[in-house]
Design a protein around this ligand. Sequence first.
Ligand code: SAH
Length: 392
Amino acid sequence: MEATLALRAGREKSTRRLHPWIFSGAVADVRGNPSPGDTVRVVSAQNDFVGFGAYSPESQLRVRMWSFDPDAVIDAEFVAGRVIAAAHRRAHLASISDSARLVFSEADGVPGVVADRYGNSVVLQLGTAAADRWSDVVADALMSLDGVDCVYERSDIDAREREGLTQRTGLLRGNQPPPESIINERGYRFSVGFTEGQKTGFYLDQRNARAAVAEVAQGRRVLNAFSYTGAFSVIAAAKGATEVTSLDSSASALVGARRNAELNQVEVGEQIEGDAFAELRKLRDRARSYDLILLDPPKLAPTEAQVERASRAYKDLNLLAAKLLAPGGILMTFSCSGGMSPDLFQKVVAGAALDARRNLRIIGRLDQPSDHPVPLNFPEAAYLKGLILEAD
Ligand code: SAH
């Protein structure tokens, strides 16, 4: 029998709308002595059943709900079932890519667990005490999927500290993966490395944007700012961009971009290693101009607390990009900050265009692809947004 966690009066409201999070401030008391990651039975102040959740005593986010069904039994079969169902929901992606996010944590009903498939390998990130507690079950379930020959843990994320957990990496199941895996998305090949020490990831969540770049790159001079390992650059070059410049502050990302260019037999183009804020200014001062600009900075506002400072940074970047845009040019601009709403992002970009004295029209929007779902009862899962803008 599970321990019971009682909520304060009225604090069951969000869970009645099937929201999966319970913060420490909502908890009245815990009866029994649950260990980190154990399942607790959550009840209201009136002792009415609310649901079953995963207990994280060290975290402000004290409980992440597994189920609101009073008959649910949270055991190995339940957890494995959730993992396998999530993976099967991605089956339709197989014709496009051999790589996808198979499990997206709460958004797939498996709190704390993120699993990304890269070809035959699955990279597993465990972010909570419950994820750790069920790691064997999760790893076995992933290993049982068709074509998977290893499960490699990469739980070296800061989020674990909030749960009082240490970082961990290493092989969990199957064969040691090679230092370099080559994945295939729509016929493009990309190098990915995830073994100890080496980290050449791939932004699975920008799949829709890669397709959008492929559509418009033909005949354009392209600037890929925050290029990482050059996925957009490779596609633009392959689709007939007349010139491609990749800009990133990370030398190793630019090395990765050269490798990806080679894998796809395209010219790597100009590479600029440096801080985008400074380098975009220099390009503007040199009166450079581009017909397609990609602006995909890292998370500048991870939470709402950083939104104000981040807004200034986004505005600065988008202002510079707007100035670098040739007449008729296209700007694809992104924010992957969960703390910034799509509305606010659009306002910030509008302010930037105004200051740059450019008329920009939205001709498309980009967001998370289907393997990064956003449950209606869990809007927090939404983080990525992009605007495709066209200049006069
Ligand atoms: N568009 C890429 C992903 C970009 S991730 C893709 O689709 O693959 C963000 C990138 O921004 C990282 O490669 C990181 O090295 C780079 N970066 C972070 N801060 C930067 C800065 N101030 N200037 C330039 N690049 C930066």
